[in-house]
Design a protein around this ligand. Structure first.
Ligand code: PLP
Length: 381
């Protein structure tokens, strides 16, 4: 996977010229920088980037250039990546379970912000991290709906446990904060309201004044034509509810979007390998490639089909079963995918909004997954 230096006008120009046999992810630096500016201008606090959603160097470099000054990291690899590409940026180590060797590595790299969701992991931090100027954010979870995929199944303390943890963080001399993640692709702003009001209760019950409240990632990208992300409305709601819930004790706010920043900066072109007996469509990319997420959080309907010459297929829409290239029956897109009836072998299926959880989850299973990256001025085909 290498990023070529050529900058193409749009995906169509590249496809017409190159007729690639491997899947291609098109990256638009200007779309990424525009997303970063939208968050920086609109969010009422510090904007950090959740590196796991797309750790591509071109992504980090463009976000840094656009003014993103903080990065949410979950591993030693991600910490080293940010130290190399954005040496002066803040690193928030927000994976609440860490090996002692990982804690030692992060301390050596100057990490000053940590999250925690259990007594046992807090004990490790108190033992190994110098409290001076270090923040520990207690991560809590609530049973709230609104997201496409619930992160609370793995991480987050109950409000009761979070209260005890927050007290212990403050007593140990760390900067006390709270954090939550409403779940990824969260299209319901009300989820943030419930979390922020509960955060204020936890702080009151613990008798602790919060330094910061990290309202997580979860900001949606544009996956369905009919569901356009309401980012500004969500920012406004977060701002209002934080003031109402905390009053004079309002903490500084932090957010850590992954998908919301990188999702709409990439577009996939997957080639049609075969239309088997005029029924099933086989693509050269699938759930072991960049489309891993689709069975977990649903299809993206922002698709178009191009002929090898770059002309748009305009046939009537016909739902089809779509398989990926591997020999595993799991390698199928969920449900049936609405595609033009005249789709043919050699065509390209264009899928918008493919920047998050796509390059990082691409595997080489069965010998597929050789992904080409191309830079474009515009993602419009
Ligand atoms: C994955 C993750 C994020 C980013 O989530 P998105 O839904 O991609 O915005 C933010 N914070 C933490 C702690 C995460 O694990």
């Amino acid at each position: 996977m290498g990023l070529s230096k050529t900058i193409w006008t749009n995906p169509t120009e590249f496809l017409r010229n190159q007729q690639p046999e491997n899947p291609v992810l098109f990256f638009s630096p200007s779309a990424l920088q525009a997303a970063a500016r939208r968050f920086i201008d609109g969010f009422p606090g510090m904007v950090t980037y959740a590196v796991k959603s797309n750790p591509g160097e071109e992504v980090i470099e463009n976000l840094a250039a656009a003014g993103i000054r903080g990065y949410d990291c979950a591993s030693s690899f991600e910490i080293d990546l940010i130290r190399r590409l954005a040496p002066d940026a803040a690193i928030h180590y927000n994976n609440p379970v860490r090996a002692r060797s990982e804690i030692a590595h992060a301390v050596a790299k100057g990490v000053k912000s940590w999250s925690v969701d259990s007594q046992s992991e807090l004990a490790k931090l108190i033992e190994m991290v110098p409290a001076q100027d270090s923040e520990i954010s207690v991560r809590f979870k609530l049973p709230v709906a609104g997201a496409a995929y619930n992160f609370g199944a793995k991480f987050g303390a109950t409000a009761e446990v979070a209260t005890a943890l927050l007290r212990r963080v403050a007593e140990a001399g760390f900067i006390p904060s709270l954090t939550f993640h409403p779940g990824t692709q969260c299209t319901d702003p009300a989820a943030w309201e419930t979390y922020i009001r509960t955060a204020a209760e936890i702080a009151r019950n613990a008798g602790v004044t919060l330094a910061r409240l990290n309202v997580g990632g979860g900001f949606p990208s544009h996956r369905l034509m009919g569901v356009v992300p309401q980012l500004e409305a969500t920012f406004t709601l977060i701002d209002r509810v934080a003031s109402e819930a905390f009053g004079a004790a309002r903490p500084m706010l932090v957010c850590e979007p992954g998908r919301g920043l990188c999702g709409d900066a990439f577009t996939l072109a997957a080639r049609v390998k075969a239309v088997r007996d005029e029924a099933h469509v086989f693509l050269n990319d699938g759930v072991y490639g960049t489309l891993t997420e689709l069975p977990l959080i649903g299809v993206i309907d922002r698709t178009e089909v191009l002929t090898p010459e770059g002309a748009k297929r305009e046939g009537a829409i016909q739902p089809r079963i779509v398989f990926g290239p591997t020999c595993d029956s799991v390698d199928r897109l969920p449900g049936e995918v609405a595609l033009p009836a005249d789709i043919a072998e050699g065509d390209y299926v264009i899928v918008q909004g493919m920047g998050a959880y796509s390059t990082v989850t691409n595997t080489r299973f069965n010998g597929f997954g050789d992904l080409t990256m191309a830079t474009v001025l515009s993602l419009k085909v």
